[in-house]
Ligand binder design. Sequence first.
Ligand code: SF4
Ligand code: SF4
Length: 337
Amino acid sequence: MKNNFTHIERIYWVFTQLCNDHCDHCYNDSGPYGARMSEAECMAVIDNMPDKLDRISLSGGEPLAERKLLYKILDKLNAKYGKQLYIALQFNGDLLTPKILKILLEKGVDRFSIASIDRYHKKQGERKEELATMFEAHGIEYIEGQPKLTRTELENDKRAHPTYGFFGATEDMWLGGNWARGRAMKHNIWKRDGLHNFCAIPSGAIAFLGNEETDLTQEVSIQLWAINPCCPGTKDPMGDARVEKVFEVMRRMEKSKVMQMLNKGDAWKMGESIGITEEFARARSQELENVCLWCDEFFTKYFDMKKQEAKAYKAKHPEFIPRKMENKISIHRDLSN
Ligand code: SF4
Ligand code: SF4
């Protein structure tokens, strides 16, 4: 990146895992007893965000379950970035009232994304019409999907046109099937397809460092404080946004051949620089039935995220050297895809 990560296009921040709901498919175990951060920790995370940021998505958990904290976060973001920052709120809509909506508009929320229109959520979208009426009554325009903003729009004041939209999780869409994380794993409703490359689609790691070959927006995900290249999150985070500047973490990652491969959305090639072949990675992904589970195994056994170097495990376990593994991989599996 030319700007050394002092300018990041977009941050997706789960600032709380507290939630009024407790959905079976929740990837980050949010719920009435979900993990929370103190106000001081949240303020430190904002302090450590880059000097220039185009967009932020605030999510949870349910952001409105931590309303006081959300208001403080919005105030701090406004003080740091002013009207240049496009603020999206991703929430389930259960707790929204006209009074709260008015405050959120005053505090500069540009986009209201209701993420609960699916059969997993308690209300299963039953408030959809009521919410649409509430948004329209406040002059908020309906736009389906992520509004695409031009560079000029990003450089100018966007606050004049707040928008809203609805979405939800399905087996085939949005999440590409439920992520192999949190309660989706516990309830066995995650996507079992070792050939599906989640890493290469939006919310995966692709373009987290920026990638000129794609037209995807650069996006860094922060789960509470954990800085990740993707929304599901790697086994160990890249850094801790409470105590580290995000741009410093990104500069460290940019030098790593493993992370460069994730930036291309290719978790099957990420181990090549340390001797883990693509064939081996694809085979493990199929055995584990999910590319993110292969990624977890990679960062558990073979590669130290913090040190950004190969782990000693591989040296102690030569059977995991891919060339020797070839004969052990069941030949009926199709490794060519
Ligand atoms: S999926 Fe959303 S609404 Fe459901 S428990 Fe998780 S954060 Fe809450
Ligand atoms: S393969 Fe790893 S880096 Fe890629 S989306 Fe999954 S967990 Fe994230």
